[in-house]
Design a protein around this ligand. Structure first.
Ligand SMILES: O=P(O)(O)OC[C@H]1O[C@H](O)[C@H](O)[C@@H](O)[C@@H]1O
Length: 524
Protein backbone atom coordinates (compact mmCIF):
# COMPACT_ATOMS: atom_id res chain seq x y z
CA UNK A 1 0.00 0.00 0.00
CA UNK A 2 1.50 3.34 -1.01
CA UNK A 3 1.50 6.58 0.97
CA UNK A 4 -1.53 7.99 -0.86
CA UNK A 5 -3.57 4.87 -0.18
CA UNK A 6 -2.54 4.89 3.46
CA UNK A 7 -3.50 8.54 3.78
CA UNK A 8 -6.91 7.69 2.33
CA UNK A 9 -7.30 4.74 4.65
CA UNK A 10 -6.29 6.89 7.61
CA UNK A 11 -9.02 9.38 6.76
CA UNK A 12 -11.78 6.85 6.16
CA UNK A 13 -11.03 4.63 9.14
CA UNK A 14 -10.16 7.15 11.87
CA UNK A 15 -12.50 6.68 14.84
CA UNK A 16 -12.93 9.91 16.78
CA UNK A 17 -14.40 10.75 20.17
CA UNK A 18 -15.05 14.48 19.86
CA UNK A 19 -16.16 14.86 23.50
CA UNK A 20 -12.64 13.90 24.59
CA UNK A 21 -10.63 14.90 21.52
CA UNK A 22 -9.38 11.30 21.44
CA UNK A 23 -9.03 9.18 18.31
CA UNK A 24 -8.13 5.65 17.32
CA UNK A 25 -6.26 5.07 14.06
CA UNK A 26 -6.36 1.49 12.75
CA UNK A 27 -5.01 2.29 9.30
CA UNK A 28 -1.84 0.32 10.06
CA UNK A 29 -3.80 -2.82 11.03
CA UNK A 30 -4.63 -3.99 7.50
CA UNK A 31 -8.34 -3.87 8.20
CA UNK A 32 -10.61 -4.58 5.28
CA UNK A 33 -14.35 -4.03 5.02
CA UNK A 34 -14.92 -7.76 4.63
CA UNK A 35 -13.43 -8.41 8.04
CA UNK A 36 -15.74 -5.91 9.73
CA UNK A 37 -18.71 -7.40 7.88
CA UNK A 38 -17.69 -10.92 8.82
CA UNK A 39 -17.37 -9.93 12.45
CA UNK A 40 -20.70 -8.08 12.55
CA UNK A 41 -22.80 -10.92 14.06
CA UNK A 42 -20.17 -11.62 16.73
CA UNK A 43 -19.85 -7.93 17.48
CA UNK A 44 -23.63 -7.51 17.73
CA UNK A 45 -23.56 -10.29 20.30
CA UNK A 46 -20.81 -8.41 22.18
CA UNK A 47 -22.87 -5.21 22.14
CA UNK A 48 -25.90 -7.09 23.47
CA UNK A 49 -23.84 -8.79 26.20
CA UNK A 50 -22.36 -5.45 27.23
CA UNK A 51 -25.81 -3.83 27.37
CA UNK A 52 -27.05 -6.68 29.55
CA UNK A 53 -23.98 -6.39 31.80
CA UNK A 54 -24.62 -2.68 32.29
CA UNK A 55 -28.24 -3.43 33.19
CA UNK A 56 -27.10 -5.74 35.98
CA UNK A 57 -27.03 -9.20 34.36
CA UNK A 58 -24.90 -11.87 36.05
CA UNK A 59 -21.98 -11.23 33.70
CA UNK A 60 -19.59 -13.25 35.85
CA UNK A 61 -21.43 -16.59 35.92
CA UNK A 62 -18.80 -18.62 37.77
CA UNK A 63 -18.92 -16.29 40.74
CA UNK A 64 -22.61 -15.51 40.27
CA UNK A 65 -21.87 -11.78 40.27
CA UNK A 66 -22.90 -8.62 38.50
CA UNK A 67 -20.12 -6.57 36.93
CA UNK A 68 -20.66 -2.93 37.72
CA UNK A 69 -17.56 -0.83 37.17
CA UNK A 70 -19.37 1.30 34.57
CA UNK A 71 -21.90 2.39 37.21
CA UNK A 72 -19.10 3.90 39.29
CA UNK A 73 -18.91 6.86 36.91
CA UNK A 74 -22.62 6.98 36.07
CA UNK A 75 -24.33 5.90 39.31
CA UNK A 76 -27.77 6.70 37.91
CA UNK A 77 -27.31 3.78 35.47
CA UNK A 78 -26.93 1.23 38.29
CA UNK A 79 -29.66 -1.43 38.31
CA UNK A 80 -31.06 -0.46 41.71
CA UNK A 81 -31.63 2.76 43.64
CA UNK A 82 -29.73 1.18 46.51
CA UNK A 83 -26.56 0.72 44.44
CA UNK A 84 -26.88 4.24 43.00
CA UNK A 85 -27.07 5.66 46.52
CA UNK A 86 -24.15 3.53 47.76
CA UNK A 87 -21.90 4.76 44.95
CA UNK A 88 -22.82 8.41 45.48
CA UNK A 89 -22.61 8.22 49.27
CA UNK A 90 -19.22 6.53 49.13
CA UNK A 91 -17.78 9.18 46.82
CA UNK A 92 -19.14 11.91 49.11
CA UNK A 93 -17.72 10.16 52.18
CA UNK A 94 -14.27 9.81 50.60
CA UNK A 95 -14.26 13.45 49.51
CA UNK A 96 -15.25 14.54 53.02
CA UNK A 97 -12.56 12.32 54.55
CA UNK A 98 -9.86 13.68 52.22
CA UNK A 99 -10.95 17.27 52.85
CA UNK A 100 -10.73 16.73 56.63
CA UNK A 101 -7.30 15.14 56.29
CA UNK A 102 -6.08 18.06 54.16
CA UNK A 103 -7.49 20.59 56.61
CA UNK A 104 -5.98 18.82 59.61
CA UNK A 105 -9.41 18.06 61.11
CA UNK A 106 -8.41 14.40 60.89
CA UNK A 107 -4.81 14.47 62.05
CA UNK A 108 -2.07 12.14 63.17
CA UNK A 109 -1.45 11.34 66.82
CA UNK A 110 1.46 13.73 67.32
CA UNK A 111 1.57 16.09 64.37
CA UNK A 112 -0.88 18.75 63.19
CA UNK A 113 -1.29 17.30 59.69
CA UNK A 114 -0.75 14.23 57.57
CA UNK A 115 1.79 14.91 54.82
CA UNK A 116 2.10 11.42 53.30
CA UNK A 117 -0.19 8.63 52.21
CA UNK A 118 1.17 5.09 52.13
CA UNK A 119 -1.08 2.71 50.18
CA UNK A 120 -0.68 -1.00 50.83
CA UNK A 121 -2.28 -3.38 48.32
CA UNK A 122 -1.49 -5.65 45.39
CA UNK A 123 -2.84 -6.41 41.91
CA UNK A 124 -6.07 -4.57 41.29
CA UNK A 125 -5.69 -2.91 44.69
CA UNK A 126 -2.37 -1.30 43.67
CA UNK A 127 -1.73 -1.06 39.93
CA UNK A 128 -4.37 1.57 39.16
CA UNK A 129 -3.47 3.83 42.11
CA UNK A 130 0.25 3.51 41.30
CA UNK A 131 -0.38 4.38 37.65
CA UNK A 132 -2.45 7.45 38.51
CA UNK A 133 -0.11 8.66 41.23
CA UNK A 134 2.74 8.64 38.73
CA UNK A 135 0.78 9.92 35.71
CA UNK A 136 -1.01 12.76 37.47
CA UNK A 137 1.01 13.50 40.59
CA UNK A 138 3.36 16.38 41.13
CA UNK A 139 5.60 16.14 44.22
CA UNK A 140 5.73 19.93 44.49
CA UNK A 141 1.96 20.42 44.64
CA UNK A 142 0.49 17.09 45.81
CA UNK A 143 -1.50 17.54 49.00
CA UNK A 144 -0.04 14.33 50.41
CA UNK A 145 3.10 12.71 49.07
CA UNK A 146 2.23 9.23 47.69
CA UNK A 147 4.01 5.99 48.70
CA UNK A 148 3.16 2.39 47.86
CA UNK A 149 3.89 -1.07 49.20
CA UNK A 150 2.67 -3.73 46.76
CA UNK A 151 4.54 -6.87 47.75
CA UNK A 152 5.62 -9.08 50.63
CA UNK A 153 9.30 -8.42 49.91
CA UNK A 154 10.84 -7.39 53.26
CA UNK A 155 13.54 -5.40 51.52
CA UNK A 156 10.99 -3.58 49.35
CA UNK A 157 8.90 -2.75 52.41
CA UNK A 158 11.96 -1.55 54.33
CA UNK A 159 13.04 0.61 51.41
CA UNK A 160 9.67 2.37 51.29
CA UNK A 161 9.70 2.87 55.06
CA UNK A 162 13.20 4.35 54.75
CA UNK A 163 11.94 6.77 52.10
CA UNK A 164 9.30 7.89 54.59
CA UNK A 165 11.86 7.99 57.38
CA UNK A 166 11.07 10.37 60.24
CA UNK A 167 7.84 11.43 58.51
CA UNK A 168 6.19 8.17 59.64
CA UNK A 169 4.38 10.14 62.35
CA UNK A 170 2.65 12.20 59.67
CA UNK A 171 1.86 9.27 57.36
CA UNK A 172 -1.65 8.06 56.70
CA UNK A 173 -1.68 4.36 55.80
CA UNK A 174 -4.42 3.08 53.48
CA UNK A 175 -4.70 -0.71 53.39
CA UNK A 176 -6.64 -1.86 50.33
CA UNK A 177 -7.86 -5.38 49.70
CA UNK A 178 -11.21 -6.37 48.27
CA UNK A 179 -11.07 -9.83 49.84
CA UNK A 180 -9.35 -8.50 52.93
CA UNK A 181 -7.28 -11.66 53.14
CA UNK A 182 -4.51 -11.32 50.54
CA UNK A 183 -1.28 -12.43 52.29
CA UNK A 184 1.07 -9.94 50.61
CA UNK A 185 -1.14 -7.05 51.71
CA UNK A 186 -1.62 -8.42 55.20
CA UNK A 187 2.14 -8.84 55.60
CA UNK A 188 2.82 -5.31 54.40
CA UNK A 189 0.27 -4.04 56.89
CA UNK A 190 1.75 -6.05 59.77
CA UNK A 191 5.31 -4.85 59.08
CA UNK A 192 4.18 -1.24 58.75
CA UNK A 193 2.05 -1.49 61.92
CA UNK A 194 5.14 -2.78 63.72
CA UNK A 195 7.15 0.20 62.47
CA UNK A 196 4.50 2.51 63.95
CA UNK A 197 4.64 0.65 67.27
CA UNK A 198 8.44 0.83 67.29
CA UNK A 199 8.15 4.60 66.85
CA UNK A 200 5.79 4.74 69.83
CA UNK A 201 2.77 5.49 67.64
CA UNK A 202 -0.74 4.03 67.63
CA UNK A 203 -1.13 2.49 64.15
CA UNK A 204 -4.95 2.62 64.28
CA UNK A 205 -4.80 6.40 64.57
CA UNK A 206 -2.90 6.52 61.26
CA UNK A 207 -4.79 3.88 59.29
CA UNK A 208 -7.75 3.63 56.92
CA UNK A 209 -8.93 0.74 54.77
CA UNK A 210 -10.73 -0.08 51.54
CA UNK A 211 -12.23 -3.56 51.71
CA UNK A 212 -15.32 -5.73 51.37
CA UNK A 213 -17.86 -5.66 54.19
CA UNK A 214 -17.20 -8.35 56.77
CA UNK A 215 -13.73 -9.28 55.44
CA UNK A 216 -10.88 -10.09 57.83
CA UNK A 217 -9.45 -6.64 57.19
CA UNK A 218 -12.85 -5.08 57.86
CA UNK A 219 -12.99 -6.89 61.21
CA UNK A 220 -9.51 -5.61 62.12
CA UNK A 221 -10.58 -2.05 61.27
CA UNK A 222 -13.58 -2.32 63.60
CA UNK A 223 -11.71 -4.07 66.39
CA UNK A 224 -8.80 -1.64 66.42
CA UNK A 225 -10.86 1.47 65.67
CA UNK A 226 -9.10 2.74 62.54
CA UNK A 227 -9.77 6.22 61.18
CA UNK A 228 -12.03 5.09 58.34
CA UNK A 229 -13.12 2.20 56.17
CA UNK A 230 -14.54 2.50 52.65
CA UNK A 231 -16.33 -0.28 50.78
CA UNK A 232 -15.31 -2.54 47.91
CA UNK A 233 -18.40 -4.17 46.47
CA UNK A 234 -18.54 -7.70 45.15
CA UNK A 235 -19.77 -6.35 41.81
CA UNK A 236 -16.49 -4.51 41.21
CA UNK A 237 -13.55 -6.66 40.12
CA UNK A 238 -10.08 -5.78 41.40
CA UNK A 239 -8.66 -5.07 37.95
CA UNK A 240 -11.56 -2.77 37.10
CA UNK A 241 -11.61 -0.98 40.44
CA UNK A 242 -9.68 2.22 39.69
CA UNK A 243 -12.87 4.29 39.68
CA UNK A 244 -14.06 2.73 42.97
CA UNK A 245 -12.78 3.57 46.46
CA UNK A 246 -9.54 1.76 45.51
CA UNK A 247 -8.60 4.60 43.18
CA UNK A 248 -10.57 7.38 44.84
CA UNK A 249 -9.13 7.13 48.36
CA UNK A 250 -5.39 7.32 47.54
CA UNK A 251 -6.02 9.65 44.59
CA UNK A 252 -8.12 12.18 46.49
CA UNK A 253 -5.73 12.08 49.45
CA UNK A 254 -2.82 12.80 47.11
CA UNK A 255 -4.89 15.69 45.74
CA UNK A 256 -5.50 14.29 42.24
CA UNK A 257 -8.56 15.47 40.36
CA UNK A 258 -10.45 12.20 40.69
CA UNK A 259 -13.74 13.85 39.68
CA UNK A 260 -12.14 14.56 36.30
CA UNK A 261 -10.95 10.93 36.14
CA UNK A 262 -14.57 9.84 36.69
CA UNK A 263 -15.83 12.36 34.12
CA UNK A 264 -13.29 11.24 31.52
CA UNK A 265 -14.22 7.60 32.10
CA UNK A 266 -17.92 8.48 31.86
CA UNK A 267 -17.38 10.31 28.56
CA UNK A 268 -15.48 7.32 27.13
CA UNK A 269 -18.21 5.00 28.43
CA UNK A 270 -20.78 7.00 26.47
CA UNK A 271 -18.69 6.87 23.31
CA UNK A 272 -18.19 3.12 23.65
CA UNK A 273 -21.89 2.31 24.13
CA UNK A 274 -22.56 3.08 20.46
CA UNK A 275 -23.50 -0.03 18.46
CA UNK A 276 -21.29 0.87 15.51
CA UNK A 277 -17.67 -0.24 15.34
CA UNK A 278 -16.69 2.66 13.09
CA UNK A 279 -17.69 5.15 15.79
CA UNK A 280 -16.98 3.07 18.88
CA UNK A 281 -13.24 2.98 19.67
CA UNK A 282 -13.55 0.07 22.13
CA UNK A 283 -15.39 -2.07 19.60
CA UNK A 284 -12.89 -1.14 16.91
CA UNK A 285 -9.95 -1.88 19.20
CA UNK A 286 -11.46 -5.25 20.16
CA UNK A 287 -11.75 -6.05 16.44
CA UNK A 288 -8.08 -5.13 15.93
CA UNK A 289 -7.12 -7.48 18.76
CA UNK A 290 -9.14 -10.21 17.09
CA UNK A 291 -7.65 -9.52 13.68
CA UNK A 292 -4.08 -9.24 14.95
CA UNK A 293 -4.16 -12.35 17.15
CA UNK A 294 -6.50 -14.55 15.05
CA UNK A 295 -8.89 -14.43 17.99
CA UNK A 296 -6.62 -16.75 19.96
CA UNK A 297 -3.78 -14.63 21.28
CA UNK A 298 -1.35 -15.66 18.57
CA UNK A 299 0.42 -12.29 18.85
CA UNK A 300 1.47 -10.19 21.83
CA UNK A 301 0.33 -6.65 22.43
CA UNK A 302 3.17 -4.14 22.81
CA UNK A 303 1.96 -0.94 24.43
CA UNK A 304 4.09 2.05 23.53
CA UNK A 305 3.05 5.35 25.08
CA UNK A 306 5.29 8.17 23.93
CA UNK A 307 5.05 10.03 27.22
CA UNK A 308 6.93 9.35 30.44
CA UNK A 309 3.83 9.94 32.55
CA UNK A 310 2.20 6.89 30.96
CA UNK A 311 5.06 4.56 31.86
CA UNK A 312 2.98 2.51 34.29
CA UNK A 313 0.04 2.18 31.92
CA UNK A 314 1.36 -1.01 30.32
CA UNK A 315 1.89 -2.56 33.76
CA UNK A 316 -1.70 -1.64 34.63
CA UNK A 317 -2.93 -3.07 31.32
CA UNK A 318 -1.04 -6.30 31.87
CA UNK A 319 -3.38 -7.22 34.71
CA UNK A 320 -6.50 -5.83 33.07
CA UNK A 321 -5.93 -7.70 29.82
CA UNK A 322 -4.07 -10.84 30.89
CA UNK A 323 -6.08 -11.67 34.02
CA UNK A 324 -9.30 -11.02 32.11
CA UNK A 325 -8.49 -12.85 28.89
CA UNK A 326 -6.03 -15.51 30.02
CA UNK A 327 -8.53 -18.38 30.33
CA UNK A 328 -8.30 -22.12 29.85
CA UNK A 329 -12.01 -22.69 29.29
CA UNK A 330 -14.65 -20.83 27.32
CA UNK A 331 -18.14 -20.11 28.62
CA UNK A 332 -19.32 -23.54 27.43
CA UNK A 333 -16.52 -25.32 29.26
CA UNK A 334 -14.42 -26.08 26.16
CA UNK A 335 -10.63 -25.96 26.43
CA UNK A 336 -9.50 -22.80 24.58
CA UNK A 337 -6.31 -21.55 26.31
CA UNK A 338 -7.09 -17.93 25.52
CA UNK A 339 -5.20 -14.73 26.29
CA UNK A 340 -3.17 -11.87 24.89
CA UNK A 341 0.28 -11.15 26.32
CA UNK A 342 0.90 -7.49 27.08
CA UNK A 343 4.20 -5.69 27.58
CA UNK A 344 5.77 -2.32 26.97
CA UNK A 345 7.27 0.66 28.71
CA UNK A 346 7.50 3.91 26.78
CA UNK A 347 8.77 5.41 23.60
CA UNK A 348 11.20 6.49 22.52
CA UNK A 349 13.14 4.83 25.36
CA UNK A 350 12.21 1.36 24.09
CA UNK A 351 13.63 2.26 20.69
CA UNK A 352 17.00 1.76 22.32
CA UNK A 353 16.07 -1.52 23.99
CA UNK A 354 13.84 -3.93 22.07
CA UNK A 355 12.51 -2.13 19.01
CA UNK A 356 15.31 -3.81 17.02
CA UNK A 357 13.54 -7.13 17.50
CA UNK A 358 10.13 -5.62 16.81
CA UNK A 359 11.32 -4.24 13.47
CA UNK A 360 13.57 -7.04 12.29
CA UNK A 361 13.05 -10.07 14.49
CA UNK A 362 10.26 -12.51 15.21
CA UNK A 363 6.92 -11.08 14.03
CA UNK A 364 4.87 -12.18 17.04
CA UNK A 365 3.26 -8.92 18.19
CA UNK A 366 1.15 -5.95 17.27
CA UNK A 367 1.86 -2.51 18.69
CA UNK A 368 -0.44 0.00 20.33
CA UNK A 369 1.04 3.46 20.13
CA UNK A 370 -0.25 6.16 22.44
CA UNK A 371 0.36 9.55 20.91
CA UNK A 372 0.08 12.65 23.13
CA UNK A 373 -0.29 15.91 21.22
CA UNK A 374 0.62 18.52 23.82
CA UNK A 375 4.27 18.30 24.82
CA UNK A 376 4.18 19.93 28.25
CA UNK A 377 7.46 20.51 30.04
CA UNK A 378 9.80 23.40 29.64
CA UNK A 379 9.82 23.61 25.85
CA UNK A 380 12.80 25.27 24.29
CA UNK A 381 14.53 24.37 21.05
CA UNK A 382 17.38 21.92 20.69
CA UNK A 383 17.93 22.89 17.07
CA UNK A 384 16.49 25.83 15.18
CA UNK A 385 12.73 25.23 15.02
CA UNK A 386 12.91 21.80 16.68
CA UNK A 387 12.01 20.91 20.27
CA UNK A 388 12.61 17.69 22.26
CA UNK A 389 8.86 17.07 21.91
CA UNK A 390 9.20 17.25 18.12
CA UNK A 391 11.81 14.53 18.37
CA UNK A 392 9.53 12.38 20.55
CA UNK A 393 6.69 12.77 18.07
CA UNK A 394 8.99 12.16 15.13
CA UNK A 395 10.28 8.96 16.71
CA UNK A 396 6.74 7.71 17.19
CA UNK A 397 5.78 8.29 13.56
CA UNK A 398 9.11 6.98 12.35
CA UNK A 399 8.93 3.77 14.39
CA UNK A 400 5.33 3.18 13.34
CA UNK A 401 6.21 3.49 9.67
CA UNK A 402 9.37 1.42 9.98
CA UNK A 403 7.32 -1.35 11.60
CA UNK A 404 4.54 -1.15 9.03
CA UNK A 405 7.03 -1.23 6.17
CA UNK A 406 8.16 -4.61 7.51
CA UNK A 407 4.63 -5.98 7.91
CA UNK A 408 4.34 -5.18 11.64
CA UNK A 409 0.83 -3.98 12.49
CA UNK A 410 -0.11 -1.23 14.89
CA UNK A 411 -3.01 0.81 16.20
CA UNK A 412 -2.51 4.40 17.36
CA UNK A 413 -4.51 6.12 20.08
CA UNK A 414 -4.12 9.90 19.99
CA UNK A 415 -4.95 11.98 23.08
CA UNK A 416 -4.56 15.73 23.52
CA UNK A 417 -2.59 15.56 26.76
CA UNK A 418 -2.09 13.45 29.89
CA UNK A 419 -4.51 14.82 32.47
CA UNK A 420 -7.03 13.33 34.85
CA UNK A 421 -9.86 13.31 32.31
CA UNK A 422 -7.77 11.58 29.65
CA UNK A 423 -6.35 9.01 32.05
CA UNK A 424 -9.92 8.16 33.12
CA UNK A 425 -10.89 7.87 29.46
CA UNK A 426 -7.96 5.56 28.64
CA UNK A 427 -8.84 3.25 31.52
CA UNK A 428 -12.48 3.12 30.42
CA UNK A 429 -11.47 2.50 26.80
CA UNK A 430 -9.43 -0.58 27.67
CA UNK A 431 -11.94 -1.88 30.24
CA UNK A 432 -14.65 -1.89 27.57
CA UNK A 433 -12.34 -3.30 24.89
CA UNK A 434 -11.50 -6.24 27.15
CA UNK A 435 -15.21 -6.81 27.74
CA UNK A 436 -16.06 -6.80 24.03
CA UNK A 437 -13.11 -9.00 23.12
CA UNK A 438 -14.05 -11.55 25.79
CA UNK A 439 -17.48 -11.94 24.21
CA UNK A 440 -15.94 -12.19 20.72
CA UNK A 441 -13.91 -15.18 21.89
CA UNK A 442 -16.57 -16.55 24.24
CA UNK A 443 -14.89 -16.36 27.63
CA UNK A 444 -15.68 -14.98 31.10
CA UNK A 445 -13.46 -11.89 31.51
CA UNK A 446 -14.42 -11.33 35.11
CA UNK A 447 -13.11 -14.29 37.07
CA UNK A 448 -9.54 -15.50 37.72
CA UNK A 449 -9.67 -19.19 38.63
CA UNK A 450 -6.02 -19.72 37.69
CA UNK A 451 -4.70 -17.37 40.36
CA UNK A 452 -5.95 -19.70 43.09
CA UNK A 453 -3.61 -22.54 42.07
CA UNK A 454 -0.48 -20.51 42.85
CA UNK A 455 -1.93 -19.28 46.15
CA UNK A 456 -2.80 -22.81 47.28
CA UNK A 457 0.65 -24.09 46.29
CA UNK A 458 2.29 -21.26 48.26
CA UNK A 459 0.24 -22.17 51.32
CA UNK A 460 1.38 -25.78 51.13
CA UNK A 461 5.01 -24.66 50.77
CA UNK A 462 4.69 -22.71 54.03
CA UNK A 463 3.07 -25.70 55.74
CA UNK A 464 5.96 -27.88 54.57
CA UNK A 465 8.46 -25.28 55.80
CA UNK A 466 6.93 -25.59 59.28
CA UNK A 467 7.38 -29.35 59.18
CA UNK A 468 10.95 -29.05 57.86
CA UNK A 469 11.90 -26.60 60.62
CA UNK A 470 10.44 -28.94 63.20
CA UNK A 471 12.53 -31.75 61.68
CA UNK A 472 15.84 -29.89 62.13
CA UNK A 473 18.14 -30.95 64.95
CA UNK A 474 21.79 -30.66 66.04
CA UNK A 475 22.57 -33.64 63.76
CA UNK A 476 23.34 -32.74 60.12
CA UNK A 477 20.64 -34.20 57.83
CA UNK A 478 20.07 -34.13 54.09
CA UNK A 479 16.81 -32.92 52.54
CA UNK A 480 15.88 -36.55 51.81
CA UNK A 481 16.39 -37.54 55.43
CA UNK A 482 14.36 -34.63 56.75
CA UNK A 483 11.64 -35.25 54.17
CA UNK A 484 11.42 -38.90 55.20
CA UNK A 485 11.44 -38.02 58.90
CA UNK A 486 8.52 -35.61 58.56
CA UNK A 487 6.55 -38.09 56.46
CA UNK A 488 6.85 -36.19 53.17
CA UNK A 489 9.48 -38.12 51.17
CA UNK A 490 8.06 -36.85 47.86
CA UNK A 491 8.74 -33.26 48.94
CA UNK A 492 12.54 -33.45 49.35
CA UNK A 493 13.14 -30.82 46.66
CA UNK A 494 10.80 -28.27 48.25
CA UNK A 495 12.31 -29.04 51.66
CA UNK A 496 15.80 -28.47 50.25
CA UNK A 497 14.73 -25.12 48.75
CA UNK A 498 12.94 -23.79 51.84
CA UNK A 499 15.84 -24.81 54.10
CA UNK A 500 18.36 -23.18 51.77
CA UNK A 501 16.29 -20.00 52.08
CA UNK A 502 16.09 -20.29 55.88
CA UNK A 503 19.86 -20.85 56.04
CA UNK A 504 20.49 -17.71 53.96
CA UNK A 505 18.53 -15.83 56.59
CA UNK A 506 20.25 -17.27 59.64
CA UNK A 507 17.33 -19.52 60.59
CA UNK A 508 19.04 -22.85 59.81
CA UNK A 509 22.62 -24.00 59.35
CA UNK A 510 23.61 -25.42 55.98
CA UNK A 511 26.72 -27.26 54.87
CA UNK A 512 26.83 -27.47 51.10
CA UNK A 513 27.69 -30.85 49.60
CA UNK A 514 28.93 -31.44 46.06
CA UNK A 515 25.28 -31.54 44.97
CA UNK A 516 21.97 -30.70 46.65
CA UNK A 517 21.35 -34.29 47.75
CA UNK A 518 24.55 -34.24 49.84
CA UNK A 519 23.91 -30.83 51.39
CA UNK A 520 23.05 -31.06 55.10
CA UNK A 521 20.97 -28.90 57.39
CA UNK A 522 20.94 -28.41 61.16
CA UNK A 523 19.04 -26.29 63.61
CA UNK A 524 20.79 -23.04 64.52
O1 LIG B 1 -7.89 -6.72 46.52
P1 LIG B 1 -7.47 -8.10 46.93
O2 LIG B 1 -8.62 -8.95 47.35
O3 LIG B 1 -6.39 -8.04 47.97
O4 LIG B 1 -6.88 -8.80 45.66
C1 LIG B 1 -5.72 -8.38 45.02
C2 LIG B 1 -5.48 -9.20 43.78
O5 LIG B 1 -5.27 -10.53 44.16
C3 LIG B 1 -5.70 -11.63 43.45
O6 LIG B 1 -4.66 -12.52 43.33
C4 LIG B 1 -6.45 -11.44 42.16
O7 LIG B 1 -6.03 -12.32 41.15
C5 LIG B 1 -6.40 -10.04 41.65
O8 LIG B 1 -7.43 -9.88 40.71
C6 LIG B 1 -6.58 -9.06 42.76
O9 LIG B 1 -6.60 -7.76 42.25
Amino acid sequence: MNAQELWKRFQTSLCQVPALDVSLDVSRMAFDDDFVERMRPALDKAFAAMDALEKGAIANPDEDRMVGHYWLRAPELAPSAEITAEIKDTLAAIEAFAAKVHAGAIRPERKPKFTRVLSIGIGGSALGPEFLADALGDPTTDKLHAHFIDNTDPDGIARELERIGAALDETLVVVMSKSGGTPETRNGMLVVAEAFRAAGLDFAKHAAAVTGAGSKLDQTVTKEGWLARFPMWDWVGGRTSETSAVGLVPGLLQGLDMKAVLAGAAAMDEATRVHDAARNPAALLALTWYLATDGRGSKDMVVLPYKDRLLLFSRYLQQLVMESLGKRLDLDGNRVDQGISVYGNKGSTDQHAYVQQLRDGVNNFFATFIRVLEDGGAGGEVEPGVTPGDYLHGFLLGTREALFANDRKSATITVPRVDARIVGALIALFERTVGFYATLVGINAYHQPGVEAGKKAAASVLALQDQARAGLSATPQTADQIAAAVGAPESAETIYLVLEHLAANGRATMTRGSHPGLTTFQAV
